[in-house]
Design a protein around this ligand. Structure first.
Ligand code: MEV
Length: 400
């Protein structure tokens, strides 16, 4: 490996030099390098093909979080986020975690959930039995709808039937589809629509919605990390991080804020890498509330040496299709992460979430969140001041 994610005093260097240092990693293709050197973003012609009624593009800073080591590999973690301090927080926490070896994690097989819903089914429990008996036929019908996914090694893997309301004959069939390196929404919707009439023919009743579920419980990611009390700044801070995590377990009001801190990292990487962050958010909060009480996605416990953190959540991300194909900035971001497959991207994204969560808990257990925020806020104000001065210069013609 000719590069490292640990680059000293990176944040102090001018932007062009930062870009040069990142390009020196050799991870970026010449095309991506040029794209970033020209300021990045999305060409308006591409934007015009991506959405409707397009007027222009809308920008966000594209940054890189440093110090990440994930499953023994250094990773430069791209982040697109407007909130100051998210990137600094992630990099700082990743530096502490790195001292004990970095983040470790795994993602399950990339199985998405297709839902086929029926109502007015006569005797839904008996219909469920017939559907289970027709499992092979249903999985085959699903595979027939997505031949190119099957050719890529994906396809239908399992089926589940849930009776939602026996009296009214409400029933839903879940088809679990391995979507390989895709995020998979289109593939799964295709399956749901194709298999719906077959399900209806077996179960009877009225065919209702046929679409993916954004709570993909068979597409989970788990990451963990340990940090020594020394690295955190002392035993008191280690206690404080664990107590902060316990607070989130006891109180949904705190758990939401705690999870917001997790999603600061997750969303920032997801946006940079062109992922459907609304789907990720919906799944995350659905999972957090799955047991009927909103809970923290990440938990930190005290160990004799310091703290251990774990994050578990559903995470549907892809490295093919969608904006990964058309957006040059997304291409550049994925080149930096260089995930072997969608599962590896999920682990890196989750590591970023655990990092921003740790940074928040550590700050809250110590000096509070405002001091760090205010430092960065002052930097931004200085920038705004400099920009308004130069705009003033331009308006009066005094700039050079
Ligand atoms: C701010 O964007 C996120 C935090 O509020 C998260 C937290 O409180 O854990 C700092």
């Amino acid at each position: 490996m000719s590069w490292t994610s640990r680059i000293a005093r990176f944040y102090e260097r001018p932007l062009a030099e930062r870009l040069r240092l990142i390009a020196e990693s050799g991870l970026l293709s010449p095309r991506s390098r040029q794209h970033l050197q020209r300021g990045g973003g999305l060409p308006v012609e591409v934007a015009d093909r991506m959405s409707e009624n397009v007027l222009a593009t809308h920008g966000l800073p594209l940054s890189v979080a440093l110090n990440f080591r994930v499953n023994g590999r250094d990773v430069l973690v791209p982040m697109a986020v407007e909130e100051p301090s998210v990137v600094a927080a992630a990099s700082h926490a990743a530096r502490l975690v790195r001292l004990s070896g970095g983040f470790w994690g795994e993602a399950s097989e990339p199985c998405m959930t297709a839902q086929i819903q029926l109502d007015a089914v006569p005797d839904p429990h008996e219909a469920a039995r017939r559907l289970h008996a027709a499992r092979t036929r249903l999985l085959h019908a699903a595979d027939e709808a997505i031949p190119s996914m099957v050719a890529r090694g994906g396809g239908a893997r399992d089926l589940e039937v849930r009776v939602l309301d026996a009296e009214q004959g409400w029933l839903v069939v879940h088809l679990y589809v391995d979507v390989r390196d895709a995020m998979g929404a289109n593939v799964v919707d295709e399956v749901a629509e194709a298999v719906g009439p077959v399900v209806r023919a077996i179960a009877g009743g009225r065919l209702g919605f046929r679409i993916l579920s954004n709570l993909p419980l068979r597409r989970m990611v788990r990451v963990h990390a340990v940090v020594s009390a020394d690295a955190l700044g002392g035993e008191e801070l280690a206690d404080g991080v664990a107590r902060g995590s316990r607070f989130a377990e006891l109180d949904p009001f705190r758990a939401v804020t705690h999870n917001k801190g997790v999603m600061n990292g997750i969303d920032a990487v997801a946006v940079a890498c062109g992922q459907d962050w609304r789907a990720i958010e919906a799944g995350a909060h659905g999972y957090a509330a799955l047991n009927g009480r909103y809970a923290p996605l990440a938990r930190w416990t005290r160990t004799p040496e310091g703290v251990r953190g774990e994050l578990e959540m559903p995470l549907a991300v892809g490295i093919v299709g969608g904006s990964t194909r058309v957006s040059p900035a997304v291409r550049a971001a994925l080149e930096l992460v260089r995930p072997a497959d969608a599962r590896e991207l999920a682990v890196v994204i989750a590591a970023a979430g655990l990092a921003t969560n740790l940074a928040a808990l550590r700050a809250l257990a110590g000096e509070g969140i405002q001091r760090g925020h205010m430092r960065l806020h002052r930097r931004r104000q200085a920038l705004e001041h400099a920009e308004s001065e130069s705009a003033g210069d331009r308006a009066t013609g005094s700039g050079s």
